[in-house]
Design a binder for this molecule. Structure first.
Ligand code: MRU
Length: 359
């Protein structure tokens, strides 16, 4: 029996007729539970860009299903012409890949789908399309297993009653089940280990307030919401025993890109002597990036700072803004990187390579 505390949300799946990808619209949570059925390449691109589907692993899973749906739809135009089919596949792949640059899961899962097309060349196109569907499902199943293992390792780092500060949302909504940084909270419930969550609201798009608080509340985790600028005081007051965060791309040396504000939490944690843990499925490690300076940081529109989630604009319309969606936490601020294969400690150049690198 699976005793995991599950919030029972299918955040990414295929529609019943398998012609579309169905998602829960995360941009509307927690106020409204709206499911979207997406078919066209522009709808699929927009869902990622506007964070209707978000979180590095969930974006990768979504992109894989998107490629299947688009490939299946292209069959009627390409007959049995492989070159035409493959050209169309690559065009859609590049387009979907352009939706968000920082989370490596997107391009990695798109590559995994392209590998299927290349490997199956010579088969009838409908067979290739079936294989694409199988691969997308496998990507999702792999994610569930990775998250489960990461949650186990994460739970081994803490004890009953500990206060854990989280930033952004690295939960079930950001993956396909369990989550990474939030996984130990769900697993803890089933094991009688009650962790207390301190949830950064996560300006400007409020993934902490809207999504993490929603997920944890739903399964009865004790959860306290704070504004991002309150992290220092709760650490100083002794309420925080560890920080758990997810990641969007981890460089070979352990430098970690995650939601904007993460590096500030890490600096504070170092100052107050609190362990800072990054939860990282292997899909999020990018050995092609030697360090954080190789990671592209997405810049997003000013309106997210000035207007999003406020009834009225909160700043003069013409004031200049700077809105990087992610920042890089230097590896020296990270106590450990928790993966599905085990917990890596510094120096990460060595420990990550030992666990994962395949020549
Ligand atoms: O912009 P978002 O909401 O997609 O950013 C998400 C994060 O930064 C998460 O912490 C990260 O993707 C890990 S989710 C398991």
């Amino acid at each position: 029996m699976n005793k995991y505390a599950d919030i029972h949300i299918d955040n990414v799946k295929l529609s019943e007729d398998e012609k579309a990808v169905v998602i829960i619209d995360q941009s509307k949570l927690p106020g409204e539970t709206v499911y979207l059925t997406l078919k066209s390449n522009t709808e699929l691109w927009d869902a990622i860009y506007t964070l209707k589907v978000r979180g590095a692993p969930a974006i990768g899973i979504f992109a894989a299903y998107a490629m299947y749906v688009l490939a299946a739809a292209s069959l009627k135009d390409t007959g049995n012409n492989f070159e035409e089919f493959y050209d169309n596949f690559k065009r859609n792949k590049n387009y979907i890949n352009s939706s968000r640059p920082t989370a490596v899961n997107l391009s990695k899962m798109l590559d995994r789908m392209e590998n299927v097309v290349v490997a199956e060349k010579g088969q009838p196109l409908f067979v290739i399309v079936e294989k694409l569907k199988e691969e997308a499902k496998k990507i999702q199943e792999d994610d569930v297993k990775m998250c489960r293992a990461i949650s186990e390792y994460g739970l081994s780092l803490v004890k009953d009653g500990d206060g854990i500060l989280t930033h952004c949302n690295a939960g079930q909504l950001a993956t396909s089940k369990y989550g990474t940084g939030l996984g130990p909270f769900f697993l803890g419930i089933e094991r009688g280990i009650r962790l207390k969550a301190w949830v950064d609201e996560t300006r400007p798009l409020l993934q902490g307030a809207r999504l993490t608080a929603y997920e944890l509340n739903k399964v009865g985790v004790e959860c306290t919401l704070i504004c991002d600028n309150m992290a220092s005081i709760v650490m100083k007051e002794g309420k925080i025993d560890a920080c758990f965060v997810g990641c969007d791309r981890v460089a070979a040396n352990g430098d970690t890109a995650n939601k904007i504000g993460t590096s500030g939490v890490a600096v504070l944690a170092k100052y107050y002597g609190i362990p800072f843990y990054v939860f990282c499925p292997s899909e999020t490690i990018d050995f092609n990036c030697r360090s954080g300076s190789d990671i592209e940081i997405e810049k997003r529109p000013d309106a997210e700072i000035k207007r999003a989630f406020f009834a009225e604009p909160i700043a003069p319309d013409d004031v200049k803004c700077y809105n990087p969606a992610f920042d890089v936490t230097d590896s020296e601020l990270i106590t450990a990187i928790v993966t599905e294969r085990g917990i890596c400690y510094p120096p990460y150049g060595k420990s990550l390579k030992e666990l994962f690198y395949k020549e």
